[in-house]
Design a protein around this ligand. Structure first.
Ligand code: ADE
Ligand code: ZN
Length: 342
């Protein structure tokens, strides 16, 4: 397939996104607009100056800026606008289904009550499902740099909205904050019916992936890059079909990989892992989902069959029902046959 053709194929194939932080979709232009209407003065004078600060040596340097950005979000309307902007973009990229992370503790610490941010996000989802036809689920993440008591408190505050949240996740500073710290919170959340996932093996050691699987009983590994170095773990992940939600441009920007040519995605696909590609925090890392897939396609010389596999994996790895999976996998097959003949 020629270069132009494969880019068009990537852009139009039906797909799902499973690793996306809503706070990480906060584009500088929208940040300035919302800051102005909330009478908040940003440290940066212009969109360009802000964008120039998006130069990170590691995860923590990114998180420091990302949490500052989120302080601008105050009202239900702010969360609505943020979520609607992402869903509009996602729908334009032929994303049919997305499972979105949100960070309650960030907003609670900023003085925004749970119902304010939650209703803003949720009302945007309801509107987007109706108008754009995209399907959305929500995953509430605990910040791992905070303590267990704060996570338990957040879990309690989420209970009135429990039926509108499919899962729980674990994000923020990985090194020094092992999954073990949240074993009891995850146990409780699972009793409430939340699906457990966690960031593991992004920057942290491979042991954290083992811990997240064994102690937190996660159903999906967010990132999981470090499992590449553990053949035994890889065969276990393949055997149990535990998906990985990989984020190539994020890995490049946070220097988890030095070059996309070294990205483990292809290694995972070759080892029968249900690997998926995602954008993580697209406003900060220079690309939404299609840009991520295009970047790895070019760096790793992925072929059309690899792209089809990634699209199918994205639905297989999602938390939708078996019946819905069948429907979306059918859409992928229909797209592939249709594309051949055009
Ligand atoms: N929060 C937002 N993006 C994150 C990432 N890539 N790793 C950990 N926490 C995050
Ligand atoms: Zn993430």
């Amino acid at each position: 397939m020629e270069d132009n053709n494969i880019v068009e194929f990537i852009c139009k194939i039906p797909k799902a996104e499973l690793h996306l932080h809503i706070e990480g979709t906060f584009e500088p232009e929208l940040m300035f607009k919302i800051a102005e209407r909330n009478h908040i003065k940003l440290k940066y004078q212009s969109v360009d100056e802000l964008k120039a600060a998006y130069n990170f040596n590691n995860l923590q340097e990114f998180l420091d800026i990302y949490y500052i950005g989120s302080r601008v979000l105050k009202t239900e309307q702010d969360f609505y606008d943020l979520t609607m902007a992402y869903l509009t973009k996602a729908s334009g990229q032929h994303i049919m289904h997305t499972e979105i992370f949100f960070d309650p503790q960030t907003h609670l610490e900023n003085g925004v009550p749970f119902p304010v941010f939650f209703n803003g996000i949720y009302n945007a989802i309801m509107a987007a499902e109706k108008v754009l036809g995209i399907r959305v689920e929500l995953i509430m993440c605990f910040l791992r740099h905070l303590d267990e008591a704060s996570a338990f408190d957040t879990l309690e505050q989420s209970l009135p909205f429990k039926d509108k949240i499919i899962g729980i996740g674990l994000d923020s500073s990985e090194k020094g904050n092992p999954p073990e710290k949240f074993r009891r919170v995850f146990e409780k959340a699972v009793q409430y019916g939340f699906m457990p996932v966690a960031h593991a093996g992004e920057e942290g050691p491979v042991d954290y992936i083992h811990e997240a699987l064994e102690l937190l009983k996660i159903k999906r590994i967010d990132h999981g890059n470090r499992s590449k170095d553990d053949a035994h773990l890889l065969s276990k992940i393949a055997l149990h079909k535990i998906p990985l939600t990989l984020c190539p441009l994020s890995n490049l920007k946070l220097q988890v990989v030095k070059d996309l040519k070294e990205h483990p995605l292809k290694h995972f696909l070759d080892n029968d892992i249900v690997a998926t590609v995602n954008s993580d925090d697209p406003a900060y890392f220079g690309g939404y989902l299609n840009e991520n897939i295009i970047a790895v396609q070019q760096a790793l010389n992925l072929q059309k069959d690899d792209i089809i596999r990634l699209a199918k994996n994205s639905f297989e790895a999602s938390f939708i029902s078996a019946e819905q999976k069948k429907h979306y996998l059918g859409l992928v097959d229909a797209f592939v046959s249709e594309f051949k003949s055009h």
